[in-house]
Design a protein around this ligand. Structure first.
Ligand SMILES: [Zn+2]
Length: 218
């Protein structure tokens, strides 16, 4: 086996990358405000143990890479570390324009976003607002499959907590119609970020997406 290939193998999801980046920012903030070495070491070890919690099955190479977290002191080191870490991010499943159209068979004249311009490594889901249909479209991976979900979306400016990334931001109420029985339907939804790309960059726990989908399709 090619050893170099093994070492560069992607092993972090976008949400886990965001989680690690958040830990790194805690460390940087501590360095800027705390002088006591023991306290700083404590912050670093705590940050590292949190990373270990979300990545319990790291191999030696991966652990060595993430151990560098313990050496970060300055912003510039944090940036270098995070940019290296990005190489190990598992991209969201590649979709083409055709795939997108297939995922929304009921949509008439679907507005497809600029798929080629997307950084798939920074995505846990794909979301965009269809200005023609006044709908928000989401592409998610659910139970091992790609799924397209369209929902009416209240696009007026509201500040709130997003169900997916749990941050306070501009959100909209996303409501989709799902089958509840043989021939019955029900509307279900919740508040999600208006800006899906920004949401993807803040999302630190993919389970939040799964919980949301479980709720929609219960
Ligand atoms: Zn969000």
């Amino acid at each position: 086996m090619d050893k170099r290939k093994t070492t560069k193998e992607a092993f972090i999801r976008n949400d886990q990358y965001n989680f690690i980046a958040r830990q790194v920012s805690h460390i940087i903030n501590a360095h800027a405000s705390v002088n006591h070495k023991d306290t700083l070491d404590g912050v670093k070890l705590h940050a590292f143990s949190k990373v270990e919690e979300i990545l319990p099955e790291m191999n030696e190479v991966q652990e060595t890479l993430l151990n560098r977290l313990l050496e970060i002191e300055e912003e510039i080191e944090a940036e270098a570390f995070l940019s290296e870490l990005r190489q190990y991010v598992i991209p969201f499943r590649r979709v083409s324009k055709k795939t997108v159209e297939k995922l929304f068979p009921k949509a008439k004249k679907l507005q497809v976003p600029d798929i080629d311009g997307m950084d798939f490594k920074r995505l846990s889901y794909i979301g965009w607002f269809d200005t023609r249909a006044h709908k928000q479209h989401l592409i998610v991976e659910y139970q091992g499959k790609l799924k397209g979900i369209s929902g009416v979306f209240d696009n007026s400016s509201t500040q709130g907590i997003c169900t997916l990334c749990n941050s306070l931001d501009e959100v909209g109420l996303f409501v989709t119609r799902v089958k509840s029985g043989k021939e019955t339907y029900v509307n279900r939804g919740n508040y999600i970020c208006k800006d899906s790309q920004a949401c993807n960059e803040k999302l630190t726990d993919r389970r939040k997406i799964e919980t949301f989908l479980d709720y929609l399709f219960q």
